[in-house]
Design a protein around this ligand. Structure first.
Ligand code: 13P
Ligand code: SF4
Length: 327
């Protein structure tokens, strides 16, 4: 019987499509410009397929930060959102870091303005601030350590027991980390506008159609959704989980761009995009601001560029370096 609260629509099942591997003219020009300018394209798993196809590295926030820390390229073109490109700039202050669309922001990052965090710290000076990487450079500069969804449990486990922790800005990730570590933390009331659209009802409906498919959820999902999942993990770990699991079909609860990475890496498996209460897909409007024409212009003109105050870079690089050291 169908739940009357859940709108009925066809679910989206993604499978490998070899035709998509043929590059078009713009993509070939991007590859040529990249070589000519000694540029590297770092790409998040949520980017459109055509951008993923021309990237040097595709991964989650942790993998991208590690790549940014190690690259020898002169120019970093970051295909992701603003806070990710800022992290690359903090790690490479001397390099040119480009983002195809500077308006590609993040609702989570926006939910924690640096001024509010500063006020909180002034009132609670002993607080130890753990900042999820989805925050601005100014918030990072006010934090003790950064984490990503891929290492948050590992990072929190290393914080001395006598510290009172404030976790910013994602309350859902923070709540999940507390459940994994047993470590109580004060949670900033932020959330990802896209991941909170998955509901218990929408996922239960999906499971009725695919009863044997393991459910893999990002920790930014709400608790009642995470509770339905067989695995809760970062986008990179989703690839490893699906690779190591013998199932042929998986229900994936994260942004829809993830399906491109999964189908390319695991061509024999199928991936059902987790539906929200009203749609079969769940695109992040910020991630999707980067398009192939914008990427091409960005490489041709070497703009728009990420710029940060040197004092912000100096402060923000310390908690990022701590994260890279601890994970
Ligand atoms: P990952 O680090 O797991 O890729 O997550 C980034 C993100 O923005 C999730 O919405
Ligand atoms: Fe931010 Fe959510 Fe988009 Fe990730 S999916 S970049 S957390 S708004």
């Amino acid at each position: 019987m169908t739940d009357p609260k859940v709108k009925q629509f066809d679910l989206q099942v993604f499978r490998h499509n070899p035709d998509q591997l043929k590059l078009n003219e713009d993509q070939n020009e991007i590859l040529n410009l990249k070589k000519e300018k000694n540029a590297v394209i770092l790409c998040h798993n949520y980017q459109i397929d055509q951008i993923q196809q021309v990237a040097d590295y595709i991964g989650d926030s942790l993998g991208l930060a590690r790549q940014a820390a190690e690259t020898n390229a002169d120019i970093i073109v970051f295909c992701g959102v603003h806070f990710m490109a800022e992290t690359a700039k903090i790690l490479n202050p001397q390099k040119k870091v480009l983002l195809p669309d500077l308006d590609a922001g993040c609702s989570l990052s926006d939910s924690c303005p640096a001024k509010q965090l500063e006020d909180y710290k002034n009132k609670n000076p002993d607080t130890y601030v753990v900042a999820y990487v989805n925050c601005s450079a100014d918030v990072k500069a006010l934090s003790d350590v950064i984490c990503t969804s891929g290492n948050a449990v590992q990072i929190v486990n290393q914080i001395p027991a006598d510290k009172e922790i404030l976790f910013v800005p994602d309350q859902n990730l923070g709540q999940w980390v507390t459940a994994q570590t047993g470590r109580p933390m004060k949670l900033w009331p932020g959330s990802c506008y896209a991941h909170v659209l998955f509901t218990k009802e929408s996922i239960e409906r999906c499971r009725l159609e695919f009863p044997n498919a393991p459910v893999v959820a990002h920790p930014e999902c709400i608790e009642s959704v995470r509770d339905l999942a067989d695995e809760v993990c970062s986008t990179e770990k989703m690839v490893t989980f699906c690779k190591n699991n013998s199932a042929e079909t998986f229900i994936i609860l994260t942004e829809t761009g993830m399906m491109h990475r999964l189908t390319r890496e695991l061509p024999d498996k199928a991936f059902v995009a987790g539906p929200t209460g009203h749609c079969a897909c769940n695109d992040c409007r910020f991630m999707k601001m980067n398009t192939l024409p914008k990427l091409l212009d960005c490489l041709r003109n070497e703009t728009p560029e990420i710029t940060l105050q040197p004092s912000t870079i100096d402060k923000a690089k310390l908690p990022i370096a701590k994260m890279l050291q601890w994970s």
